[in-house]
Design a protein around this ligand. Structure first.
Ligand SMILES: NC(=O)c1ccc[n+]([C@@H]2O[C@H](COP(=O)([O-])OP(=O)(O)OC[C@H]3O[C@@H](n4cnc5c(N)ncnc54)[C@H](O)[C@@H]3O)[C@@H](O)[C@H]2O)c1
Length: 342
């Protein structure tokens, strides 16, 4: 849709994920999608059939030279993110880059530095930080509802994609690391990871990541392409309760469990009270019905308009890539503990 006085966008990459971004941005009131760009004619034809009003091109330079384009949204393979994002920033555009921000920490940092120097918004597609369950999880954790955060554990497993240029850590753990950093509000000091290539000839297809924090808290993240069951769980335990997020549930996706009661703890020799253990009460945490992808797209536009720093911006993008890279280095070094620089 073309709107008066709205931000001009171009979406680059119309493969598996790009059309979701196109649909969302195209439905938002305060932006106009001026271009969809993809190198493959088949993907452009797919978009033409669904969004006949959007102009199409296979030439990224056409997008960059159009002065109506304020921002470029990249949904291209990870290996292209660095070059395309740097070109876009150089051309004066704001950029939204699908997750992960880049294929190496050095490349991610280059994008972050270029965005800062050019005063352009750089947002990264860490979609889960816009998921109402994770927004609420973060709010409850930060408000102290769970007491001191102790550990987190997640499981994100399914059958693998038919073709991938990245391994299961870069494909799946990227989401859980983004969630963890958002909820924990501190960065880990070290990473240990275990993984293997079972069915895939070259790429790790199952892995366990362990993150270690300076305050003694820790997290474990299981990712796999070998599971016929699709699992999407994220659990956070604190000294005074825990939160369970299960994205595969049709409802009650986020549940809070209080610490329960155990009268045996701290019992003195002279106390005559009844000894019992009562497990924590499980309560559903009500959530607003918001589509995370729509919230993510709207937030990017808001940041461009207001100069606000994105909730998932360059800094978060670099931090996640650094952890993914360290996890892969750990796997390749017999699961050595890899220290992370601040
Ligand atoms: N947020 C999510 O949940 C989610 C889900 C899936 C994928 N992704 C991310 O989206 C990105 C794309 O993944 P995908 O699975 O859609 O990949 P894909 O391979 O299906 O699609 C990528 C498209 O980009 C096009 N392309 C590549 N280089 C180009 C260039 N220089 N100019 C124009 N077009 C170009 C390709 O022709 C292809 O159609 C990746 O970063 C991936 O991690 C995010």
């Amino acid at each position: 849709m073309i709107h008066q006085n709205s931000l001009g966008l171009a979406l680059v990459g119309a493969g598996y994920w790009g059309p979701n971004l196109i649909r969302n941005f195209n439905s938002l009131e305060d932006c106009s999608v001026h271009w969809v760009c993809d190198k493959k004619p088949g993907r452009l034809q797919f978009i033409r059939e669904r969004f006949p009003e959007i102009p199409l091109t296979d030439d990224f330079e056409v997008v960059l030279s159009d002065p109506r384009v304020d921002a470029v949204v990249l949904a291209t393979p990870v290996s292209t993110h660095r070059n395309l994002a740097l070109r876009a920033i150089e051309a004066g555009k704001h950029v939204f880059v699908e997750k992960p921000l880049a294929d190496t920490t050095v490349h991610a940092q280059e994008i972050a530095d270029a965005g800062r120097a050019a005063r352009r918004v750089v947002a990264v597609g860490h979609i889960f930080v816009y998921n109402p369950a994770i927004v609420r999880m973060r709010e409850l954790a930060q408000a102290g509802t769970l007491g001191k955060l102790c550990y987190a554990e997640s499981s994100r497993v399914n059958l693998g994609p038919p073709a991938s240029e990245v391994n299961v850590i870069w494909d799946l753990a990227v989401h859980d690391i983004a969630i963890l950093l958002d909820v924990w509000n501190q960065k880990p000091v070290a990473v240990t990871a275990f993984g293997n290539r079972y069915l895939h000839p070259q790429l790790l297809d199952a892995a366990f990541l362990h993150l270690h924090f300076a305050d003694g808290s820790m997290s474990q993240h299981h990712v796999s392409w070998l599971s016929p069951d699709k699992v999407r769980r994220f659990f956070v335990a604190g000294s005074e309760g825990s939160l369970h997020f299960d994205d595969m549930r049709a409802q009650d996706k986020l549940r809070h469990i209080d610490q329960g009661q155990d009268t045996r703890i701290g019992l003195s020799d002279n106390e005559s009270k009844e000894l019992f253990y009562k497990p924590g009460e499980i309560k559903n945490v009500p959530l607003p019905a918001e589509e995370p992808l729509r919230a993510e797209c709207a937030h990017f536009l808001e940041c461009i308009r207001t100069g606000k720093t994105p909730r998932a911006g360059a800094e978060e993008g670099v931090a996640v890539v650094q952890i993914l890279e360290a996890a892969c280095a750990s796997v390749e070094n017999n699961s050595a503990r890899i220290a992370l620089s601040g």
